[in-house]
Every structure is written in C-alpha cells, then in structure tokens.
Design a protein around this ligand. Structure first.
Ligand SMILES: [Zn+2]
Length: 422
C-alpha cells in the first residue's frame, strides 16, 4: 500500500511560529511561520493556526534555516592512517560511522554526502530505523589507480597486492574495463555518486601531490557509466592540472580544489562544474598532524596544500563557480566539523557560506527544492539556531547553539524543552 494514506496515519501538523527565516537562498531574513505536515514543509508565511491536530512550536524569534548539509565526509574514517582504517574490522568501522552520524545530526547536519567508505548496509540500517542519523548519500568504495591516492599500501613494505586492492574504502582498478566494472558494482550497491581519486593526496604514501591520476579514457569510462545510471562522478583533485582535466572530461564535482589557477577556473566555469572545498581537515592536520603521527613526507604535502587553499577559494568565489561545503575529517580530527564555518569566513561572507552548506550542496546532491531550502514542498529538515549566523557565522561552531533539529518532520533534538520550568 505504498503511497496510500489512511485516516489512522494522517500526518501531524507542526507550526513553527515567529522565526527569523533564512530560506537557504535569499539574503532577506524575514519573520515567518513554517507549517510542516508529515515529512514535508507545506506552507511558509504568516499562518493562522487552524483547529485540529496541530502542534505549535513558539520559536521566540529564533533563527530558522534548512538543516545543514556536509558534502564531503568519511563517516567511517576512524583513523588518519589509511592502512589502519582499511584494516579495521567492519563492525568497528560501522560503530564509528553511526556514532559520527548521530553526533553530526544532533549538531544540525541533517544530510551527509560520504565520499568513500559508507555503504548500503549503513543506509539500510538508517532506513530501517536501527540507528538514527542524517540522510546519507554514499559513494561506496572510491576508485583509485594502482599507486594512487586510494592505494593504501606503503611502498616501504612488501605487501604484494594485499591491503591495497579491493578493501573496505577503495577499488584499486586499472584500465577502462576494470573501472567500468567497479563503477557498475558500486551502482548495483546503490551508490548515489561515484568518487574517483584523480590526483595525488596528502595522507597517501606513494603518490606525488602533483601527480594526475587515471588516464583520460578511464575517467571518461567512469563518467559515462555514472551518467548512464543517472548520476555523476566526483573527483578528488588538488593540483590545477587535475582540476582542469577532470572538468573538461565531464566530472561534475571537484573535491578540495585547493591548488587553483586561472585556466582551471575557466575550465570549471565553462563546464559548470561544482567544487567542494574542505578546509577543516587541512587546518586540523596543520594543528594536530604531527602529534597524531602523520609522517614528515605527508606533513610536507599538507603544508603545500594548506598554503594555497584560501587563495584557491578566493579565486573560485571571484570566478562565480558554485561552491559547496565539506569537511573531509578523519580519525581524531572528527569533531572539528564546525571549524569549517570560521575557516571559510576568512574568505567569504557568512551568507555565502550558509548557501554553500544548504541550497548549493542540495544542487550537488541533485536534490534542489527538496533539501537545503525552506520552501513549500521541501522535506522538513529544519534547524533553529540561537544567534544570527548571517551576522556571526561562529555561532554555528557550538552545536549547543543549534537548539532544535527536525529531520523529515521528526524532532531529533530540542534543547528548548530542557529549559527550567517557571
Ligand atoms: Zn575525502
């Protein structure tokens, strides 16, 4: 009886009254009411409460906005060491992932886009209500070439094909046929998007930062398979040459985009390619990387990337390229999620950052109008914030300032209920 409603399961109406509403797009913050029925927003404006089964939430002028979206996470990224993470037991990685997801939801992130690790089992557990967490858009295992950013083998040890091949986080695949098969396998397992490693990276052992990874024909094969299925490819890219190449080959989203130049910006603009900068992991590793045991050669790669990440973001913004919002945290740097807001604020206006984390990220997820907006017909993923993040984005750094989290019309957190009774 899917899609049929009976009297008994008539959805409850919830009226969030008198909030200062940021709708995910407009610069105009207006005092409005938001009416929720079931899992959807059914009206926004000045709404007179009707009789019947209506629950009224007096917001007392709190800041109301769409639930936040983080477009680059690794919820199962339990350790900084790729090798140690991928050789951890799935039972542990799942527990780590669900813990991360629950924490993120309660801090206001109602949707996460996982860029390697999370998979259909976690999505099923969420769907069946075994655990509570954000909406999860997963990539399954990411794709890497041999010796690429997703190949976990250290060249110092004779691991043969062990622990770098098809492990929990990555397919290590070479050649068009192998790439096609791996992409098709992830799509069979319900991946929402396909993630490829298209340049060197910071945490991997064997790949120079400036290397471009995968051949053009391999990237084109991934793009074609994803498009045939109705989805898209995201590519990890630091150096400008990799960014430019991927944009021109039909990759839809560039992750990190930290080492931009003008020709790369032109390629992104010409191809309408999205970007997802991830500053939180860079700052977190700059502060804690050595203490957390990141080897000197990886620290060196980190410093090169961190040195130009802000200038790259400036260039992206100046070039009018759509910019999403991501964090990319691993290991003990999980928990620094909210630093992304302040780090972005060094370059961008608060309103632009809020749009990135809501409506622009929803576009990236191909969920415009459903997620990342406060509008009639959208899913009722709504948060209340104490303070005004359009004036001071730092209020989002403290999860306690997110006083209410509603996900699909269900209240997941309500700190206001904790207020002492008078
Ligand atoms: Zn990542």
């Amino acid at each position: 009886m899917v899609g049929r409603h009976t009297e008994a399961d008539m959805a409850q109406l919830i009226l969030l009254r008198g909030a200062r509403v940021f709708d995910g797009v407009s610069a105009e913050i207006r005092v409005q009411d938001v009416l929720v029925e079931g899992d959807r927003i059914v009206d926004v404006g000045q709404i007179a409460p009707s009789n019947g089964d209506l629950k009224v939430v007096e917001t007392a002028g709190a800041f109301l906005m769409p639930g936040l979206i983080d477009a680059h996470v690794h919820v199962c990224g339990a350790e900084l060491s790729i090798q140690r993470t991928t050789s951890s037991h799935w039972s542990y990685l799942s527990a780590f992932g669900f813990n991360t997801m629950n924490r993120r939801l309660l801090s206001g992130f109602t949707t996460l886009r996982d860029m390697g690790g999370a998979n259909i089992g976690m999505a099923r557990a969420l769907r069946e209500g075994l655990v509570i967490g954000p909406r999860l858009f997963y990539s399954g295992k990411l794709m890497s070439q041999t010796g690429g950013h997703g190949d976990a083998r250290s060249p110092d040890y004779d691991l043969g094909s062990c622990c770098g091949g098809s492990d929990k986080f990555a397919w290590v695949v070479d050649g068009v046929a192998a790439v096609r098969r791996a992409v098709r396998e992830e799509l069979r397992l319900g991946a929402h998007q396909i993630k490829i490693m298209a340049s060197g990276g910071i945490l991997s052992a064997a790949d120079p930062l400036h290397s471009v990874q995968f051949s053009e024909s391999e990237i084109l094969a991934a793009v074609e398979e994803a498009a045939n299925h109705g989805t898209y490819v995201s590519a990890h890219c630091h150096p400008a040459a990799a960014i430019r190449r991927c944009a021109n080959l039909g990759v839809r989203v560039i992750e990190h985009a930290t080492m931009m130049d003008e020709p790369a910006a032109e390629a992104l603009a010409a191809n309408k390619t999205y970007t997802v900068p991830t500053l939180a992991i860079l700052a977190g590793l700059m502060q804690q990387g050595e203490a957390l045991g990141l080897p000197p050669e990886n620290m060196d790669k980190l410093r090169q990337v961190a040195a130009c990440a802000q200038d790259s973001l400036r260039l992206l913004r100046r070039s009018g390229i759509p910019i999403g919002f991501g964090t990319d945290l691993f290991g003990k740097t999980h928990g620094l999620d909210h630093t992304e807001f302040r780090l972005r604020a060094a370059v961008e206006a608060p309103l632009d950052i809020l749009r990135s984390a809501t409506s622009v990220n929803a576009e990236i997820l191909q969920k415009s109008g459903e997620l990342g907006v406060i509008a009639k017909g959208a899913l009722a993923d709504i948060i209340l914030v104490e303070g005004d993040p359009t004036q001071d984005i730092a209020v989002l750094e403290d999860g306690d300032n997110v006083s209410l989290v509603m996900q699909g019309g269900i209240v997941r957190k309500d700190l206001r209920a904790r207020a002492p009774r008078s």
